[in-house]
Design a protein around this ligand. Structure first.
Ligand code: URA
Ligand code: CA
Length: 434
């Protein structure tokens, strides 16, 4: 088999066989096929597309390019949850203890944040002593004993995806539905998921800017799941404004804990209930979404989910007294207010730009090497549709540097749009694809 022939075949719009897909993924991972040939093939895929069968074969080829996490020692259906990335998206921290407290095993690999989106692993480091690099043995043990463990992604899972993603990033071939969906699904499958609930974000702060694109991505991932025997559900949810109020690591941890205590933002709780009830049904712990939702609400009302979160923090070496008393979480030196200069209704909050404002305060990374400041970030006081008067606080800036705070205040004011009326009715959940 020659890589040259594969390029020509795809360039002419033909379908690649499973053997051909395995050939290029395997030999590219080994360094036998050079970047320039794979670049040409990626560009041909970008223009001529892949069908559902090719996309599923590409996914499994990437899964088999490295180690697969063996979760067979964990009893029960392992359901994973994945978000395509958003601003202030604290769902994993709320959802995983809720689900785990129903005795559903949560064995989760999470990432760090990059650019305007945050990462669960960074947020968890807000707890003193918390380890996001526990051994595979301890990971499996924790899931078997307390039903929950969250770890950083190991480099040996789906190495082909890592290489291909880096190449796509510099060759203008990132935004192809088959390439994105296979990239995401390969990592979930390699980390041992039996079933997967996807939160596909749509809007200003998301990767997918339109509902049509988000739906196509969701459908492609559900199709992969069907083809490779992993039950998959995709929830299409709003990311046209940040989720909840907090953006920033320790601030989002506090928001998650508040939600587990029953005092969180409505949109965050609602999204957790929607994603969570699908996880509970896939794990076969409830027959209907309605039953699952009631069970999940009960985990909050009874305090069981909060107890589970404490247990989880402690089991990974973290200081669980910071859960009881969130004043013990990292705190910024200053809190400033960004105030409305105009009266009216909030018509839009540019989520991506606010994510960048928080990143520049120190809450995120512009490059992989940047160190983050866990304490800083933004807490929104007004959201889309809210009425404001002149001088009302739009948002609070938590900062450790006065100069950076000034820039952030300015950035926040620029990215809130205030109009005379608000009519748009953007839903929190657009659609659920099964
Ligand atoms: N996220 C991924 O993991 N892969 C992509 O291709 C795009 C977003
Ligand atoms: Ca939030």
């Amino acid at each position: 088999m020659r890589m040259y022939d594969l390029i020509i075949k795809k360039r002419n719009g033909e379908e690649l066989t499973k053997e051909e897909i395995n050939f290029f993924v395997e030999n590219y991972t080994k360094g036998i096929i050079p970047d320039y040939q794979v670049s040409a093939l990626l560009m041909a895929i970008y223009f001529k597309k892949m069908n559902a069968r090719e996309t599923a074969d590409l996914t499994m080829a990437m899964v088999h390019s490295g180690d697969m996490l063996d979760l067979s020692k964990i009893h029960g259906v392992k359901v994973d949850k994945h978000s395509t990335g958003g601003v202030g998206d604290t769902t994993t921290l709320v959802l995983t203890p809720m689900v785990a407290s129903l005795s559903i095993p949560v064995a989760k690999m999470s990432g760090r944040g990059l650019g305007h989106t945050g990462g669960t692993i960074d947020k968890l480091e807000s707890f003193k002593g918390f380890s996001v690099e526990i051994s595979e043995n301890q990971f499996i043990n924790n899931v078997n004993t307390i039903k929950i463990a969250v770890n950083g992604q190991t480099p040996d899972l789906a190495p082909a995806d890592k290489k291909l993603y880096a190449l796509r990033d510099v060759t203008g071939t990132v935004d192809n539905i088959s390439l994105i969906s296979s990239s995401i699904m390969s990592k979930k499958i390699a980390s041992g998921a039996d079933a997967i609930v996807l939160d596909v974000k749509v809007g200003d702060g998301a990767f997918m800017k339109t509902f049509e694109d988000a739906k196509a991505l969701g459908k492609a991932m559900v199709d992969i799941g069907k083809n490779v025997n992993r039950n998959t559900v995709a929830v299409i949810s709003d990311m046209d404004q940040p989720l909840g109020f907090a953006i920033g690591n320790a601030l989002e941890v506090k928001e998650a804990i508040d939600t587990l205590k029953g005092n969180g933002p409505c949109d965050l709780l609602e999204l957790c209930l929607t994603l969570g009830s699908n996880m509970v049904v896939l794990a076969k712990k409830a027959d209907t979404l309605e039953d699952a939702r009631k069970m999940l609400m009960e985990t909050i009302e009874s305090g069981k989910a909060l107890e589970k979160f404490k247990e989880f923090v402690k089991a990974q070496g973290g200081d669980e007294t910071q859960v009881e008393d969130t004043d013990k979480l990292p705190k910024a030196k200053y809190i400033f207010e960004a105030k409305a200069k105009k009266a009216g209704y909030i018509t839009k909050i540019h989520a991506q730009n606010l994510g960048i404002v928080a990143m520049e305060l120190g809450a995120g990374r512009a490059t992989k090497e940047d160190k983050i400041d866990l304490a800083v970030g933004i807490v929104l006081n007004k959201k889309r549709g809210d009425k404001v008067e002149i001088g009302d606080t739009l948002a609070y800036v938590h900062a450790n540097d006065e100069e950076k705070a000034k820039i952030a205040i300015d950035g926040i004011m620029k990215n809130y749009e205030i109009g005379d009326s608000y009519e748009d009715n953007i839903p929190l959940v657009y659609d659920i694809i099964k």
